[in-house]
Design a protein around this ligand. Structure first.
Ligand SMILES: *Cc1c(COP(=O)(O)O)cnc(C)c1O
Length: 379
């Protein structure tokens, strides 16, 4: 059986965990957490990073930081993981869903402005498959209407946005806040894990407090105050050093992991493009302003029936391919709160998109087998 995902282990994880244990301190914000924070801050120029227990936690911190209050509206794509929206619903936000693009499952930048009202507080951008949303367009709207932008960068490590002025910016560095995931299905993993990125300096101080259960403990450890106490709301968002040690082992191998994923992605593309064109099956689209971090290789079929028979064909050959997001606007939880607008493109990807196995460690032989089985599918 070829699974859809298999966690890739670099081999250094246990050694670093042992080191963490040997320091005698395995709660959060220790040696390995700091190594991870500075890795990201240096490599991507993020202003400040705070590891969290998940991307979901990072998004929940973002919702607290931007002070979402009941009745505030937040614009979020419908074709995304539940956490993109749930983090804001927890604070009482009304979610205003935006549709996907015709050429790509990511959010339609042109559809955002008509959704903005006097109650809109934030836009949550989701870079689907690690492929950038056209951020210049989003940031112009944010400035024009005084909105905050939170990047759900769960899938985005090592992916960039190429701006109109020819410079490029890492995803997660453009919005006021951003959240990454190190869940075992992402490119870089720690089992469960995530990170909040703070780009707007107005949030720096409070982010640390919310991270540390509403206390100013971080200031205390830096010697800025002589005792610490309860100064704001917060929760336990930081992961232990065991998780951070695991993550750091992965980060040290970031480039080799990315190379493996990129090679697999490119082989899918070259091996499947003629077949896909022949049967009207769509392959991933990477706009000029985006880069590809090989997070995901997906196919979009003409109908749900075709997708189902494709998944069945692969399954009978021992290969697991999966579909994923169910449009959030039509979900059992949110349907009755949704404003009733139809979001046909989000529904189209819900019904017709399938993801192929893609993980560092998938062998060339296994991938050749997968491709040979796919080519048996005749439209
Ligand atoms: C994986 C994912 C999340 C959730 O990440 P966790 O670390 O599991 O909380 C959120 N948003 C998107 C777009 C994701 O792909």
């Amino acid at each position: 059986m070829i699974p859809f995902n298999k966690p890739y282990i670099t081999g250094k994880e246990l050694g670093y965990i042992q080191e963490a244990i040997a320091t005698g301190k395995i709660s959060g914000n220790g040696h390995f957490s700091k190594l991870c924070h500075s890795f990201f801050e240096k490599r991507y120029g993020f202003k400040k990073c705070l590891l969290t227990s998940s991307c979901t936690d990072g998004l929940e911190m973002a919702a607290l930081l931007v002070n979402i209050k009941p009745g505030d509206e937040v614009i979020i794509p419908s074709y995304t993981f539940v956490s993109s929206a749930n983090a804001f619903v927890l604070r009482g936000a009304k979610i205003v869903f935006v549709d996907s693009r015709t050429d790509h499952p990511g959010m339609d930048e042109e559809a955002i402005e008509p959704l903005i009202t006097a109650r809109t507080k934030a836009i949550v951008v989701v870079h689907y498959a690690g492929v950038a949303v056209d951020m210049d367009k989003v940031m112009v709207l944010a400035e024009k209407y005084n909105l905050l932008v939170i990047e759900d960068a769960a899938q985005c490590i090592e992916s960039y946005y190429n701006k109109a002025d020819q410079t490029s910016a890492p995803l997660g560095s453009i919005g006021h806040l951003a959240a990454f995931s190190f869940h075992e299905t992402k490119n870089i993993i720690s089992g469960e894990g995530g990170m909040l990125v703070i780009n707007d300096p107005q949030f720096l101080h409070r982010a640390e407090i919310i991270w540390e259960k509403g206390t100013n403990r971080s200031s205390f450890f830096r010697g800025e105050v002589d005792k610490y106490g309860w100064v704001d709301v917060g929760s336990s968002f930081l992961p232990s050093e065991v998780t951070a040690a695991f993550l750091y082992a992965q980060l040290e191998e970031l480039e080799s992991i990315q190379l493996m994923r990129k090679t697999i992605w490119d082989r899918y593309e070259s091996g499947l493009k003629d077949w896909a064109a022949q049967y009207g099956i769509r392959m991933p689209y990477i706009p000029d302003y985006a880069t590809n971090n090989a997070h995901m290789f997906y196919l979009v079929f003409e109908s749900m029936e075709k997708r189902e028979s494709f998944i069945d064909l692969l399954k009978s050959a021992g290969i697991l391919s999966v579909f994923h997001y169910q449009s959030l606007h039509a979900s059992p939880f949110y349907l009755s709160s949704h404003d009733g607008r139809e979001l046909p493109k989000s529904d189209l990807y819900t019904e017709n998109l399938v993801r192929l196995p893609l993980y560092a460690g998938l062998s060339e032989e296994e991938q050749s087998f997968i491709i040979s089985q796919i080519l048996k599918f005749k439209g």
